[in-house]
Design a protein around this ligand. Structure first.
Ligand SMILES: NC(=O)C1=CN([C@@H]2O[C@H](COP(=O)(O)OP(=O)(O)OC[C@H]3O[C@@H](n4cnc5c(N)ncnc54)[C@H](O)[C@@H]3O)[C@@H](O)[C@H]2O)C=CC1
Ligand SMILES: O=C(O)[C@H]1O[C@H](OP(=O)(O)OP(=O)(O)OC[C@H]2O[C@@H](n3ccc(=O)[nH]c3=O)[C@H](O)[C@@H]2O)[C@H](O)[C@@H](O)[C@@H]1O
Length: 439
């Protein structure tokens, strides 16, 4: 099939590359000329495990091409994916300006029947708006389909190639047939393609993200209560996760959910509720709890240092909103940087992938180190913000020498309490008893 993908961010580039891998001819369109030039020269603009290999293979074999020209990109396309940003507008609702601009531009240049696919996360009713925007100037028949994406950053290729399910919202039989053919190679393992109407597909995406954000937040509240009653949230997680009705995944307590999607999508769904005169109380609580959770370690740090952080130096391990990505959008680390710097502290940070993005954002507000141990040198304490695997089994003997105080504030519960007590560390984590080894 001939495919155009408009927007080459995390979703667009993965979509384009993976569909090229399944044998389609793909042209990716982006307005960012620098990015397109890079990709034309075989340079992948984002870090996503496993993507580069597929990107290079399909580019070299001529199935994956790049352009800044919408008309060149969509010429002869049978399907057009819209993988454009839908950031929060000033009032919290999803801003559709990128989507509707491209829809406006598409109308006059369509030459044959085409299926236009909303891959972006968009509020209920957007397919109809896109349909209307294209129809204003279109001279040919077309369908607009809602096909939300459920991939996670860091495992995007695997999620895309082996989806738990594919959701397709359309009432058109013609579009249904095209979509069935397109996804056939990805759903061979028996994972279902679920057809529904456009509005239900749009709502499914928000329901999935809001449910997962709620699940995490529920565990964060259990963790907060565990700290008060002297229970261990990791035991609770094991104790409830084994119940197949609850499930083992997305039960990890920590310093809140971040990323480009959960925060904005929960907010946008709450906004949709409000617009429809529905008071979605759980969503409001989820946002409220998550806001506080992000800087949950700060009072603990203050407690340890007697309320005065002026002149203190903190080593920070992890900046990305989660491991295996360089994405720092809504990363809890950023909120902690702000709070600590405001309190007069200095931060030396290390992250395997996200440092360039943080540097571009905060400049010399903090310093960056070339490895995790370098960050510890003369630091008053270690803070853990992201659970990169390399932080899980550090060399404590090396750490003992570098850190001024044997104290760790861990936002991701990387270490066992008895192990850390044995090493002589004072250890604050989430939803677990504090290990106090202070002399
Ligand atoms: N990042 C993720 O893990 C997931 C994101 N989504 C949704 O997918 C959508 C896209 O998200 P990301 O890929 O993260 O966005 P992104 O911000 O990484 O990429 C968007 C791309 O679109 C380009 N663009 C903007 N206007 C354009 C135009 N007029 N023509 C061509 N290109 C244009 C930008 O230059 C950028 O390269 C959002 O709605 C998001 O909520 C859905 C599932 C997962
Ligand atoms: O719409 C989207 O963009 C995507 O949003 C999330 O994917 P992503 O944001 O890439 O990352 P997740 O793995 O879901 O993690 C999100 C946040 O929740 C946090 N989290 C996750 C799981 C957990 O148990 N505890 C927890 O605090 C992570 O640290 C991270 O900050 C969803 O998992 C995807 O299905 C969805 O497609």
């Amino acid at each position: 099939m001939r495919i155009a993908v408009i927007g080459t961010g995390y979703v667009g580039l993965v979509t384009g590359t993976c569909f090229a891998e399944t044998g389609n001819q793909v042209i990716c369109v982006d307005i960012d000329a620098k990015k397109v030039e890079k990709m034309k020269n075989g340079v992948i603009p984002i870090y996503e495990p496993g993507l580069e290999e597929l990107f290079l293979r399909n580019s070299n074999e001529g199935r994956l091409k790049f352009t800044t020209s919408l008309s060149e990109g969509i010429k002869d396309a049978q399907v057009i994916f819209l993988a454009l940003p839908t950031p929060p507008g000033a009032d919290g609702s999803a801003d559709l300006k990128y989507i509707l601009k491209v829809a406006d531009d598409l109308g006059p240049i369509l030459e044959n029947y085409v299926v236009v696919i909303d891959k972006s996360t968009v509020p209920v009713g957007t397919a109809e708006k896109v349909q209307a925007a294209i129809a204003k100037n279109a001279k040919v028949e077309f369908d607009v389909v809602s096909n939300p994406e459920f991939l996670r950053e860091g495992v995007a290729v695997e999620d895309f190639m082996k989806p738990d399910r594919v959701v397709i919202g359309t009432k058109s039989d013609k579009a249904k047939a095209v979509m069935t053919k397109l996804y056939a190679p990805l759903v061979r393992q028996g994972n279902p393609v679920i057809f529904m109407d456009e509005r239900s597909a749009e709502m499914t995406k928000y329901a999935a993200n809001a449910f997962l954000a709620t699940k995490i937040t529920f565990m964060n509240e259990i963790a907060n209560l565990c700290e008060k009653v002297g229970a261990n949230v990791d035991d609770i997680r094991r104790g409830i996760g084994t119940d197949s009705r609850i499930g083992k995944r997305f039960l990890f307590a920590g310093i809140g959910y971040g990323g480009s999607c959960f925060p904005k999508d929960v907010q946008a769904l709450e906004k949709t509720s409000k617009e429809n005169d529905y008071d979605f109380k759980i969503l409001k609580a989820v946002m409220d709890v998550n806001e506080n959770q992000k800087t949950k370690l700060i009072p603990m740090i203050n407690e340890y240092f007697g309320g005065d952080l002026k002149g203190k130096t903190f080593a920070m391990w992890g900046l990305a909103f989660k491991p295996y990505t360089d994405d720092i959008r809504e990363a809890p680390a950023l909120y902690n940087i702000d709070a600590l710097v405001e309190a007069g502290a200095t931060i030396k940070a290390y992250d395997p992938e996200a440092m360039p993005n943080v540097e571009a954002l905060v400049g010399d507000k903090i310093t960056f180190t070339s490895g995790p141990y370098e960050a510890l040198k003369d630091a008053d304490a270690l803070l853990i913000m992201t659970e990169w695997p390399q932080f899980r089994t550090p060399e404590f003997e090396v750490m003992n020498v570098l850190l001024k105080n044997k104290v760790i504030f861990d936002g991701r519960n990387l270490y066992e309490l008895d192990e850390i007590a044995e090493k002589g560390y004072t250890y604050y984590s989430i939803g677990r008893e504090t290990v106090n080894s202070k002399q």
